[in-house]
Design a protein around this ligand. Structure first.
Ligand code: MN3
Length: 199
């Protein structure tokens, strides 16, 4: 089990002007850190302590019932944010290439259509949650939403790209303008890192 959050490969202000430095700092050092702190409390002294987080989240029903909700909420919070931070970085104006682009074209027709469908999915999410590009067991790509801190792992998917659509991810800069947040977030997606997550 992880004891510390993975370090960010960029500075808090490196996602400006699309995601502001204050949001990145609060989101990472407070929200993300709090999920890890609460997960640690929940699993300390239990059989989960020495397992990998990903393995725990893949089989929710094997978590002892008295800590299951705490582990899924906070472990999901840790895992989802780890993935979220790992697929963004300073804007470089790149787009998907190679195998990732082929799979996007295969699944959605074109990169533009994929972006439209992903954006619509994120806009349609009611309440707090996440929008994902995931890979199915047969290798195909799919867009899904999850509520709160639920992870695609529990549904057997391999997550490739994650967009946090909790208000804490954008409220300081965008207030209620979720659509503007999503439009700007595309600029900081690191497609090389998304590609590396393909099975
Ligand atoms: Mn968040």
């Amino acid at each position: 089990m992880i004891k510390e959050l993975p370090k960010l490969n960029y500075a808090f202000d490196d996602l400006e002007p699309y995601i502001d430095a204050q949001t990145v700092e609060v989101h990472y050092t407070k929200h993300h850190q709090t999920y890890l702190d609460k997960l640690t409390v929940a699993i300390t002294g239990t059989s989960l302590e020495n397992l990998e987080l990903e393995d725990i989240l893949k089989s929710p029903n094997s978590i002892e019932e008295n800590i299951r909700t705490a582990v899924l909420n906070n472990g999901g919070g840790v895992y989802n944010h780890n993935l979220f931070w790992s697929v963004v970085g300073p804007a470089e104006g790149k787009t998907p290439e190679g195998e990732l682009l082929e799979k996007i074209n295969e699944g959605f027709g074109s990169f533009d259509t994929f972006k439209e469908q992903f954006t619509q999915s994120a806009l349609s999410l009611f309440g707090s949650g996440w929008t994902w590009l995931v890979q199915e067991k047969d290798g195909k790509l799919k867009i899904i939403n999850t509520q709160n801190q639920a992870t695609p792992l529990a549904e057997g998917y391999k997550p490739l790209l994650a967009l946090d659509v909790w208000e804490h991810a954008y409220y300081l800069k965008y207030q209620n303008r979720r659509a503007d947040y999503i439009t700007n977030w595309w600029n900081v997606v690191n497609w090389d890192n998304v590609s590396k997550k393909l099975a």
